[in-house]
Ligand binder design. Structure first.
Ligand code: UD1
Length: 418
């Protein structure tokens, strides 16, 4: 296990460059195995989720090579279709994309249940219903899901909820199916558009990604291509919010402003001094912060992944802010740790009431998931004294070079293996 020791209270100034989006990259890498030729990606984040995916690709006898820091090459011509064991799938939620990708490639996938952050029950029933509608039969062998089809045939699939994972997984299974698949009530997140664009670069025919109806016209073959991973909007949001409290002058670079529109609107409402340019955001702590109400929604609403981070920002606003979490039922564990640091918070089911402005004090705290870890790191950077965050491995799953990036801005922190 790794812990972080953070000496809080330092000003953070300068420039920080955002890496590739975790939630795109974790789908793009499994999607690449649909093609037998070499596929090249740039702007791939250097995070531990990528190591977990690389281990799965290598286990299946494919090749995963990282070069020049952010370039990754995937080769799948020698790939074998084997059961992916729990010790590999449990390392990340997105291991579920091998279900759609192997099904699309070999018409058969044997994959143990995925791992990931403990933020709710996180079922995958919508993924499986989609595979079944395409003609697959699903059975269980112990903990292994066996998904198999004689033939995958395009069809209409209505999602009861606009699930990110189900939308992408069904796209992966459908790109080589016979005929037209239509996903209705599809999720619209930017990462879905990144994956659809990648599939099209390989020769797939995917239309409408980014809207709630996606049409996929099946093709027989996919070819080699080069694709860039979009910048990570959650990493960008994290640094912007940190800057709103701790910076006289922070520039967050490599940002697509449209992808963080909901956050920027909320920060303007709080009175944050923020300036959004074409591909960067400038932020300072010049103004007093006003309280706000946030309700998490599917894109383009306020993202649940930013909720645990804005909770920390709310402790620094003058008055009562509220959060309503509508996507996941168990995404407030970070708040109990914030309370230990001096925050005044009441939790009532899926609603939280945060009273500010409170001084935050260093403590020994524990991260329960990736974004909780980010929100707590933010609190530790504000707090007086030395905070220890246990279970820091979570943050390394989604924030590349987080210690180096923060140190460069002036933070004092140390990652320690215990
Ligand atoms: C993805 C993101 C995660 C983000 C979430 C919502 C990845 C790897 N992770 O997670 O960071 O927080 O989107 O933006 O991209 N649901 C079902 N049945 C299903 C699938 C989902 O009931 O088959 C429910 C979930 O329990 C949850 C909601 O739908 O309440 C949203 O889940 P979903 O959009 O699928 O999130 P993930 O793909 O797991």
């Amino acid at each position: 296990m790794k812990i972080l020791k953070i000496q809080g209270g330092n000003k953070l100034n300068g420039k920080v460059r955002i890496g590739g989006a975790k939630n795109s990259a974790v789908a793009l890498i499994p999607a690449a195995i649909l093609c037998d030729e070499v596929v090249k990606f740039s702007n791939v984040p250097d995070i531990s989720d990528m190591d977990a995916l690389s281990d799965i690709i290598k286990y299946l006898n494919g090749s995963y090579k990282r070069k020049e820091d952010d370039m990754v090459y995937i080769a799948s011509s020698q790939m074998q279709n084997k059961e992916i064991p729990e010790k590999l799938t449990s390392r990340l939620r997105a291991s579920y994309y091998f279900m759609g990708a192997l099904l699309g490639k070999f018409k058969k996938a044997e994959v143990c249940m995925p791992g990931g952050c403990t933020i709710g029950s996180r079922p995958i029933d919508l993924h499986l219903k989609g595979f079944e509608k395409l003609g697959a039969k699903i059975s269980y062998r112990g903990d292994t899901l066996v998904i198999q089809a004689d033939e995958l045939i395009g069809t209409n699939i209505y999602l009861d909820f606009a699930s990110v994972g189900a939308t992408i997984n069904i796209m992966l299974a459908a790109v080589k199916a016979k005929g037209m698949t239509i996903i209705e009530n599809a999720a619209k997140e930017p990462e879905i558009v990144n994956v659809a664009n990648f599939l099209n670069l390989m020769g797939a025919k995917v239309y409408g990604a980014g809207t709630n109806i996606i049409r996929i016209n099946g093709v027989d073959e996919l070819k080699s291509c080069y694709c860039e991973v979009i910048p990570d909007r959650i990493e960008a949001a994290t640094y912007i919010m940190i800057g709103a409290v701790l910076s006289d002058d922070l520039t967050v670079e490599n940002v697509i402003p449209e992808h963080i529109h909901a956050l920027v609107q909320k920060l303007i409402e709080m009175g944050v001094d923020i300036q959004v340019d074409e591909d960067k955001v400038h932020v300072t702590n010049k103004n007093k912060l006003k309280p706000i109400n946030v309700r998490t929604l599917v894109y383009p609403g306020f993202p649940t992944d930013m909720q645990q981070i804005i909770a920390t920002l709310m402790t620094q606003a003058e008055g009562q802010s509220t959060i309503e979490e509508t996507i996941f039922e168990n995404r407030f564990l970070n708040l109990y740790e914030l309370i230990k640091m001096g925050a005044k918070i009441k939790i009532d089911g899926r609603k939280a009431y945060i009273d500010g402005k409170t001084k935050l004090y260093a403590n020994n705290i524990t991260a329960s998931d990736l974004r909780a870890a980010a929100g707590l790191l933010f609190a530790a950077l504000i707090a007086e004294g030395e905070t220890v965050i246990n279970n820091t491995d979570y943050i390394l799953r989604g924030y590349e070079k987080v210690v180096e990036k923060l140190e460069k801005l002036g933070a004092k922190l140390q990652l320690i293996e215990i």
